[in-house]
Ligand binder design. Sequence first.
Ligand SMILES: [Zn+2]
Length: 285
Amino acid sequence: MPWFKKDKKALIETTKDTTVRVPEGLWVKCPSCSQIIYNKDLQSNVHVCGKCAHHFRMTADERLRSLFDGPWEEYDSDLMSTDPLVFTDTKPYRDRLASSIKATGRRDAVVTARGLLDGILVQIAAMEYGFIGGSMGVVVGEKITRAIERALAERSAVIIVSCSGGARMMEGALSLMQMAKVSAALARLDRARLPYISVLTDPTTGGVTASFAMLGDLNIAEPKALIGFAGPRVIEQTIRQKLPDGFQRSEFLVEHGMLDVVVDRRELKATIARALRFMRADDQK
Ligand SMILES: [Zn+2]
């Protein structure tokens, strides 16, 4: 491949990245209303545009900070994929893992932690979109399952914040098995009468939607989040029908009974706390 082609591709990738994620500069332009926002203001406003309420994507760390009262205990941060299939597409999976680890400072696409949410003990799993599109491989499945098992052992609630493109294709069928594994662990949590709240953020698609993201006792979505299983083009080709406007967005899905409620991120923590108290999660001992 000639050098300039390669360079052009790299350039496109960086541009794409800065439009989707919050750049590290002092000022950020809102992709929805074009307002120029001071980065510190955005951070103190849980990454929501003060003018048009556009919800910027958050890292797993920022998510945990927005939900926990104070410091939290993180678990299994050293678990990482062994590349069981020795998979290669345009580049080896091993290299993709290495560059994602470098970019996010994380070993895989989920952070699991334990702490207090409005004084209530909870286990939270927050997915990291910056790590191979928040895709679910063996490590994501294992870490979430362990978080649920810790909740079972100490009788606490589980909250999973999804932000994912779905199963990780580089781990093939092994990543699909995680759907069954996490779902089975959630079934045990259900039998133990412990609450599970699912928070779906932009985007939540594929195998994550088809398993734990839709299994909450309460399924909460952030405004205008893309939530679905297959993409709209695939569905249109299969059913040979034009899809309606706003299809696969949170508000449409609530209207059609797929989700329980759309909650603004600035109200999310208070809403979760209220729901947990309603489900007696503060009174499990
Ligand atoms: Zn805006």
